[in-house]
Design a protein around this ligand. Structure first.
Ligand SMILES: [Zn+2]
Ligand SMILES: [Zn+2]
Length: 153
């Protein structure tokens, strides 16, 4: 992982909102949960999770609090998904593709899959696949076997 004081910046699709993260994420991976799939309208969502104090958001945003454990923040101009506030954990999940791009310096290094049992798509990348989330994040820590081939579940 990158060094402790590295600062990475990224923007939404239209560029009106800037997201800045400091230091490496506490964890990074892929989420297969229904909430992520609906919010992003995508089969799988990439995430990096940082201590909330290490994430700065500047620009016009809208926060959706459909569930009390998450605040999904999007750009008010383009609607681009930016971060997911996790106030009960004191963490902020940043969608790392916001930080990627031609001038992006953040290197996304996924370590595992979460909520894999809810998946609509199999992935065979050799990474651990958790039924919910790892124990250190309050989950069961149980994992699911890989099917051996990628594709729709
Ligand atoms: Zn935007
Ligand atoms: Zn999710």
């Amino acid at each position: 992982m990158s060094d402790e004081n590295a600062v990475h910046k990224g923007t939404c699709y239209c560029g009106a909102v800037t997201v800045t993260v400091k230091g490496p994420p506490a964890a990074a991976g892929y989420c297969h949960c229904l909430e992520c799939r609906k919010w992003h309208s995508a089969p799988i969502n990439a995430f990096g999770i940082w201590p909330a104090d290490n994430v700065t958001i500047e620009g016009p945003t809208t926060t959706s609090t459909v569930s009390e454990v998450s605040g999904r923040v999007s750009c008010s101009k383009c609607g681009g998904c930016l971060v997911n506030l996790k106030p009960t954990m004191g963490m902020t999940a940043v969608y790392p593709m916001t930080l990627a791009g031609p001038e992006g310096t953040f290197k996304f290094e996924p370590a595992f899959h979460i909520f894999y049992e809810e998946r609509v798509m199999d992935v065979s990348d050799g990474l651990p696949k958790f039924v919910d989330v790892p124990e250190q994040f309050g989950g069961s820590g149980k994992t699911v076997e890989e099917s051996g081939s990628s594709g729709w579940h």
